[in-house]
Design a protein around this ligand. Structure first.
Ligand SMILES: [Zn+2]
Length: 479
């Protein structure tokens, strides 16, 4: 007699925020993350690509909604609401680094379900996206914010970690009673420690031990109460981390060019020439003619702004400029390696990408590439300095909420020299490899190699035997 247990399966997705795949592997190999190592032994561990910008908030979209964040309305940690659709937005701007974090669930497209909506009962803790969780979003209420805020603004990282451990404990206690079909637990202290002490520092490793301990406790709860067999645990990350030694004051540089700049925290600047939205801090959106409510593509701005871009791309802090020419075309510029176009064609068989080297090879892919599907586009870029660049630049550039120009910082640089509560020695946000690669541990057999964090949603639905009539940017690795 065959016995189908899939209907009873449950998934706990753990987000090790800002943990590099190599550091996580070191911790498992050294025996300091034994529970995670056991999951790996049961299934497999992979290095996959996140979305661009490689930053907390937007980068939660792929593994909770299966899409590129800009496609559901989250083009960055900070973005400018050109069309004035937001009801509450100082300076028509969003920054999920502050209390706007409460707006994330409302800002993402309502018609695209989250995993927490697909699979219920569901539970979320400390997750940037918690929409649809039937049994609460621990760590996101006013009480939790008030507990965490003083530590956050003082830069008191151990204080922050204590609040986070309380949130994890609250999550585990509800996890025990609810037995959620879908649960998301995010642990963010590794990212905070990495910014201050480096991504390979000892304190980051203690935060990884916290992740390991949380998974061990979740498994112990399920074992004790007799539902261990139904529980799967997958672990992923939202962005990488890389050393930063130089901080470009992009805000100040634009002002030095004689421009009126609106940027956080100076949102009261009226009639700005340009709006600068840095997020990560190694990426930024630039919005030109921000008084216009309708996005016009680059040909409308080129005559006025091309010379500024020529000067900007020459700055040592700047690696790539992505100039959004229309909804299907992004021009990529690099000071030394020239310019090329990333073009997307949306056909009945899905989207295809081309990389057309008219005037250089800024992404270092070796020349023009034509008509690649999502799988081929990933393979063509996966070993390069800019993994998954074609798909990522293309979807980001197409969003009506994105800037006219997107800036990706050079290695060793970020783009925000002022106004950070904690001095950064490590950064993320850019399209660079060290910032785009994240870990994925899957505790069951896979049928193909996972590529993107967006693969997690269709795979989770397969695991839970839920049929979704939706198009995902990712592809199941269980089918
Ligand atoms: Zn961070």
């Amino acid at each position: 007699m065959t016995h189908d247990t899939t209907a009873a399966r449950r998934l706990l997705l753990v987000v090790a925020d800002g943990v590099r795949p190599d550091v996580l592997a070191e911790e498992m190999d050294a025996g300091r993350a034994p529970t995670l190592a056991a999951l790996r032994a049961r299934g497999s561990a992979h290095t996959v690509t996140t979305s661009f910008p490689s930053v907390t908030g937007p980068a939660y979209v792929p593994f909770l909604m299966g899409q590129h964040p800009a496609r559901v309305g989250l083009p960055g940690l900070r973005w400018y609401d050109r069309s004035r659709t937001l009801r509450w937005a100082p300076g028509q701007s969003r920054s999920y680094a502050g209390i706007d974090i409460w707006h994330v669930d409302g800002d993402v497209a309502a018609h695209v379900p989250t995993l927490l909506e697909y699979a219920q009962p569901s539970l979320a803790a400390m997750s940037m996206i918690g929409r649809g969780a039937t049994h609460g979003r621990i760590g996101r209420g006013v009480g939790w914010m008030l507990r965490a805020a003083p530590a956050h603004f003082r830069g008191d990282l151990q204080g922050w970690r204590r609040v986070e451990r309380q949130a994890t404990a609250a999550f585990l206690s509800r996890f025990r009673t609810v037995r959620p079909r879908m649960a998301v637990l995010a642990i963010l202290s590794a990212d905070k420690f990495a910014h201050k002490h480096g991504a390979r520092s000892a304190v980051v490793r203690t935060a990884i031990a916290d992740v390991d301990a949380a998974v061990a406790q979740a498994l112990a709860i399920a074992s004790r109460d007799g539902w261990r067999e139904s529980l799967h645990v997958w672990v992923t990350g939202d962005h990488g981390h890389d050393e930063v030694t130089n901080h470009e004051d992009l805000h100040g540089w634009l002002q030095g060019e004689g421009l009126r700049v609106r940027a956080h925290p100076q949102l009261r600047v009226s009639n700005p020439d340009v709006v600068l939205m840095v997020g990560g801090n190694a990426m930024a959106h630039l919005y030109f003619a921000p008084g216009e409510r309708e996005r016009r593509w680059w040909h409308a701005h080129a005559a006025t702004w091309n010379r500024l871009l020529d000067r900007l791309v020459e700055r040592p802090a700047i690696d790539l400029l992505a100039v959004n020419r229309d909804a299907h075309t992004v021009q990529v510029r690099h000071a030394a390696h020239g310019a090329a176009e990333v073009r997307r064609h949306d056909g009945p068989q899905g989207s295809r990408w081309s990389y057309v080297c008219n005037d250089g090879d800024p992404l270092g892919l070796g020349g023009t590439l034509r008509d690649l599907d999502a799988d081929a586009a990933w393979h063509a870029t996966q070993a390069s300095a800019y993994p998954d660049a074609l798909v990522q630049l293309s979807w980001l550039g197409a969003s009506s909420r994105s800037g006219d120009v997107i800036v990706s910082a050079a290695s060793g640089w970020d783009l925000r020299a002022r106004f950070e509560p904690v001095p950064h020695v490590s950064t993320h946000g850019a399209l660079l490899r060290e910032q785009m690669l994240v870990p994925l541990i899957v505790d069951c057999a896979t049928t193909r190699v996972p590529q993107r964090t967006a693969d997690i949603v269709p795979s989770a639905l397969d695991l839970l035997a839920i049929r979704a009539h939706a198009e995902f940017d990712g592809r199941s690795f269980l089918r």
